[in-house]
Write a protein that binds this ligand. Structure first.
Ligand SMILES: C[S@@+](CC[C@H](N)C(=O)[O-])C[C@H]1O[C@@H](n2cnc3c(N)ncnc32)[C@H](O)[C@@H]1O
Length: 222
């Protein structure tokens, strides 16, 4: 392991905005389940970013909405370090990062505890449809903690994940809110709130744009 990574691993342990559970949460509930308002010390709404990587979206949204709490979730500590460090440097008190596998997400949040979920450039899992973060398996997990009418946002470069998600929405009768097939070309109410939010770019997104990929966005209620 590189020196930088080792340094980040030891430094991240000292960050107060990072929660790194030690147990295996495949069977037990996490102690903060249903108690995230204690962590933020307010009852503001909570929005999650699953597979947040370096946390660019979590940070961008948190700056835009200081009255909302954001939790970026990822399994990779060195990536979370970047987001956590930026949040500290920018004094963002409405941001936390949780290091865990999304597969056990329902062990971390209580009924109606979460208002929205962002999925940013999630792995399209070409060979394992069940592991896609918009599969029924994952949506059923989200249902255990997402508020009624809670929104799921997907931003992706992947045609496979986009088409799969549209099919899931149609087949499962979820309500489609927005379907933007080309975020940076389509004219969907320019200078709107939505545009400001959709123009936040993640690390992977910047790479995909450089490679000429089309960025797509869907939002829906389950
Ligand atoms: C393609 S990257 C996208 C990262 C970031 N959202 C971006 O756009 O730059 C996918 C991220 O999901 C994380 N990830 C993949 N599977 C995961 C899982 N089961 N649980 C938690 N994180 C996961 C990876 O560590 C990685 O950071």
């Amino acid at each position: 392991m590189g020196k930088d990574k080792l340094k980040r691993f030891s430094e991240i342990k000292t960050f107060e905005n990072v929660i790194q559970p030690k147990l295996d949460y495949s069977s037990v509930d996490f102690l903060l389940k249903g108690k995230w308002s204690d962590v933020f010390k307010n009852d503001n709404p909570i929005i999650l970013e699953l597979g947040c990587g370096g946390g660019e979206y979590t940070i961008g949204l948190a700056k835009h909405y200081p009255e909302i709490n954001f939790i970026g979730i990822d399994i990779k500590g060195a990536r979370l370090w970047k987001g956590a460090k930026n949040a500290i440097d920018e004094n963002l008190n409405n941001v936390r990062f949780l290091r865990t596998k999304v597969d056990f997400i329902e062990k971390f949040f209580g009924k109606n505890e979460v208002n929205e979920i962002w999925l940013t450039f999630s792995d399209p899992q070409p060979k394992k449809p069940r592991k896609r973060l918009t599969s029924k398996l994952f949506i059923d997990r989200y249902k255990t903690f997402l508020k009624k009418n809670g929104t799921i946002h997907l931003k992706t470069d992947s045609d496979l994940l986009y088409d799969f998600t549209m099919e899931e929405i149609n087949n499962s009768n979820y309500s489609l809110l927005k379907n933007i097939k080309n975020v940076y070309k389509e004219s969907y109410s320019k200078n709107s709130e939505l545009e400001k939010i959709l123009y936040i770019k993640t690390f992977y997104e910047t790479m995909w744009i450089e490679l000429g990929k089309t960025i797509k966005y869907i939002s829906f209620k389950i």
